[in-house]
Design a protein around this ligand. Sequence first.
Ligand SMILES: *[C@@H]1O[C@H](CO)[C@@H](O)[C@H](O)[C@H]1NC(C)=O
Ligand SMILES: *[C@@H]1O[C@H](CO)[C@@H](O)[C@H](O)[C@H]1NC(C)=O
Ligand SMILES: *[C@@H]1O[C@H](CO)[C@@H](O)[C@H](O)[C@H]1NC(C)=O
Ligand SMILES: *[C@@H]1O[C@H](CO)[C@@H](O)[C@H](O)[C@H]1NC(C)=O
Ligand SMILES: *[C@@H]1O[C@H](CO)[C@@H](O)[C@H](O)[C@H]1NC(C)=O
Ligand SMILES: *[C@@H]1O[C@H](CO)[C@@H](O)[C@H](O)[C@H]1NC(C)=O
Ligand SMILES: *[C@@H]1O[C@H](CO)[C@@H](O)[C@H](O)[C@H]1NC(C)=O
Ligand SMILES: *[C@@H]1O[C@H](CO)[C@@H](O)[C@H](O)[C@H]1NC(C)=O
Ligand SMILES: *[C@@H]1O[C@H](CO)[C@@H](O)[C@H](O)[C@H]1NC(C)=O
Ligand SMILES: *[C@@H]1O[C@H](CO)[C@@H](O)[C@H](O)[C@H]1NC(C)=O
Ligand SMILES: *[C@@H]1O[C@H](CO)[C@@H](O)[C@H](O)[C@H]1NC(C)=O
Ligand SMILES: *[C@@H]1O[C@H](CO)[C@@H](O)[C@H](O)[C@H]1NC(C)=O
Length: 717
Amino acid sequence: MGIINGICFPMMIMIIIINVSAAENVTYDGRSLIIDGKRQLLFSGSIHYPRSTPEMWPSLIEKAKDGGLDVIQTYVFWNLHEPKQGQYDFGGRYDLVKFIKEIQAHGLYVCLRIGPYIEGEWTYGGFPFWLHDVPGISYRTDNEPFKFYMKNFTTKIVNMMKSEGLYASQGGPIILSQIENEYENVEGAFHEQGASYVRWAAKMAVDLETGVPWVMCKQSDAPDPVINTCNGMKCGETFKGPKSPNKPSMWTENWTSFVEVYGGQPYIRSAEDIAFHAALFIARNGSYVNYYMYHGGTNFGRTSSAYVITSYYDQAPIDEYGQLRQPKWGHLKELHAAIRNCSGTLLKAVPTNISLGQSQEAYIFREEAEGCVAFLINRDNKTTAAVQFQNQSYLLLPKSISILPDCKTVIFNTAKVNTKANTRIRKPTLTFDSADRWRKFTDVIPNFEDTTIRADTLLEHMNMTKDESDYVWYTMRFDNNVSCTEAVLHVESLGHVTHAFLNNIYFGNTHGNKSSKGLVMENPIKLNDGINNISLLSVMVGLPDSGPFLERRVAGLTRVEIQCTNENEFYNFTNYEWGYQVGLFGEKLHLYREQNLGDVEWDEFEVVSDSNQTLTWYKIVFDAPKGNGSLALNLSVMGKGEAWINGHSIGRYWVTFLTSKGRPSQSLYHVPRSFLKDTENVLVLLEELGGNPLHVTLDAISINLNENQSYSSHPPI
Ligand SMILES: *[C@@H]1O[C@H](CO)[C@@H](O)[C@H](O)[C@H]1NC(C)=O
Ligand SMILES: *[C@@H]1O[C@H](CO)[C@@H](O)[C@H](O)[C@H]1NC(C)=O
Ligand SMILES: *[C@@H]1O[C@H](CO)[C@@H](O)[C@H](O)[C@H]1NC(C)=O
Ligand SMILES: *[C@@H]1O[C@H](CO)[C@@H](O)[C@H](O)[C@H]1NC(C)=O
Ligand SMILES: *[C@@H]1O[C@H](CO)[C@@H](O)[C@H](O)[C@H]1NC(C)=O
Ligand SMILES: *[C@@H]1O[C@H](CO)[C@@H](O)[C@H](O)[C@H]1NC(C)=O
Ligand SMILES: *[C@@H]1O[C@H](CO)[C@@H](O)[C@H](O)[C@H]1NC(C)=O
Ligand SMILES: *[C@@H]1O[C@H](CO)[C@@H](O)[C@H](O)[C@H]1NC(C)=O
Ligand SMILES: *[C@@H]1O[C@H](CO)[C@@H](O)[C@H](O)[C@H]1NC(C)=O
Ligand SMILES: *[C@@H]1O[C@H](CO)[C@@H](O)[C@H](O)[C@H]1NC(C)=O
Ligand SMILES: *[C@@H]1O[C@H](CO)[C@@H](O)[C@H](O)[C@H]1NC(C)=O
Ligand SMILES: *[C@@H]1O[C@H](CO)[C@@H](O)[C@H](O)[C@H]1NC(C)=O
């Protein structure tokens, strides 16, 4: 286990301790974590193992270490690890132990946020859906069935870590664990049971005897000895501090950007702003800063929560593809080096603050003998301020913090970026424009007669899919014996998308968005005389991940009516005989798996008639582009659906949902190199809306420094 310890100016010696297997004693006091008797000022970054591939982990961790991080923080993803009750999966991208050992091999520490409720823009907040069907369960409160399963999984993870010797107390890299997550946000909803649940969760965790401290983030009443930590954008300004004077001030989530949803714009947080707030937190007694995310990665498969796009925190210091995002990465690296340069004094001295002007102040850490560190802060975001500090003049850039490791010399200013910006560029490397290489399969639209699940009411969506599909078919048959010629179909849903078919013909869709509570479809339809079949496809784009009473959340159709204006008739089909099918036909056949590709007759692709078809599967075989650079599938010509490469889902896509600026939220979808073979790769697309697969391309994604103009013919992204 190694960490890098900086001795403060003026000695300027970097001591590197690499001490692979010795057990370390992790405790804390009011100033910081204490590892083997030494106070620690730690920079940490979130990297979530299932949001990249094991092949990417070593390079991500290496880049995090080069960027000056001491700790990698990850959640543990319960619904990946226990998809069916008592059946566990820790293989491939889910290999938590391998990920932690990789971090250990790089000499970094780990903060393990077990949760097991994690939110994390992860479907169902990380809960396996089977919990929903446990009799009498109520999540995240003083409820016996919930506490049983929460304890069961937490114990499983802790025991697994112990048996691999991964806690620092055993010589491993884990110095912290987290129980629960941002519970304060929902605690009020549970009244007294909330507080007793917090006490139970803390005791349950502490009793597992990991030998390292536990934290609860955003939990100001965290019971001893659990440490409450801050999450947010501006903990330097907002954090009221730890609950007790003997707990350190720690920031578990410093958001480097913000999660992006379909229809939303990317949130770009500047390197200067992140550095300002991290430095402010340190100046105000902070001793642990975690960047959420340091590498966001990809929400593969159907793992993102409601409306969240497939690319996750691409604006982090390491981008979705594992490339450095400059100047963010480099600027923070300089900040870390500057702070580390004086961490000895920072951790020993008691800080004082003085005013230097109306919006300017200094935080000073002065040791009794020698050693003095100052942070000069200018909160004015418009003007440079000239200030006097200890008889010297300083010009403080707008909204900046200058770091003076000797209380004289400025070695770093958060608003002065020395790192050159880079630009990401894409270059199509493979096109799929020959129609004779594509095959297509049109999914089957079920009618009432085709269904076996029946109910005389509209059933709830999630309780039907059990999160095994995004789709539920609601079908009914209706005898139009009043010659309704001017009919309007009115459908209300708490799902995310509704597609409507009348007598097997597609006639429209509606979708909601992250902030809408539901959606309404109102479409004129042409009914046949006699029997009509109406088939409505309810779609969810991820399950909700937050809020109290998640187990009671509902989705799917809630109301269906036909208004017949010529006859002045009104038909209410809400309580009517409905037939159901969970999932699409092609999903049931696992058409995206190589071994199942032969289970249906795929048709030739006809350019004229086969473009822009709803509910259609497309497949094509291709050889991988040479090299090992990053790749993305450019789906800007498609609509909405899911894409697979050799049976690996690279995630949902939705390019027709435009932002307020009229652009898709995401049109490039990461294809990890490890999903590809050299030859004979199979790409499968499931398209709901329409689109032209002939114009899909596989693009090489790379970065270049802005000074190099030779790539300018390729669009930056
Ligand atoms: C761990 O450190 C604390 C405080 O530094 C000390 O009280 C305790 O005895 C140490 N425990 C072990 C096992 O060394
Ligand atoms: C977890 O529950 C299973 C039964 O579902 C049981 O076999 C196992 O022993 C439990 N594990 C713990 C650590 O409680
Ligand atoms: C956390 O980072 C965000 C930007 O990513 C920044 O705005 C915020 O101020 C930071 N908070 C702290 C406490 O450093
Ligand atoms: C930092 O800690 C010192 C010593 O405990 C305390 O006096 C001071 O108020 C703290 N500063 C902030 C900003 O919390
Ligand atoms: C540490 O501070 C000294 C004195 O200002 C400076 O010479 C040195 O470059 C600094 N090191 C880093 C890594 O910032
Ligand atoms: C020192 O910091 C505290 C806490 O933020 C603040 O209330 C106080 O006004 C500051 N003092 C000066 C002189 O700026
Ligand atoms: C600049 O500071 C003012 C006053 O604190 C604030 O209202 C404004 O939002 C800030 N602007 C930016 C861009 O941060
Ligand atoms: C600043 O200058 C004054 C007057 O020359 C002197 O008394 C004081 O000690 C100086 N302060 C520092 C910190 O050097
Ligand atoms: C979920 O569906 C089952 C039948 O599969 C039913 O017994 C149960 O009542 C449903 N639960 C809810 C909350 O709708
Ligand atoms: C059509 O006629 C049948 C038989 O008279 C009746 O049961 C049914 O309700 C009618 N359908 C509608 C939509 O009115
Ligand atoms: C249709 O029937 C449902 C269920 O009985 C009822 O809740 C709803 O109000 C009815 N709609 C109208 C417009 O009457
Ligand atoms: C695809 O079809 C929809 C209606 O079904 C139409 O609005 C859209 O313009 C078509 N797109 C193309 C590229 O033909």
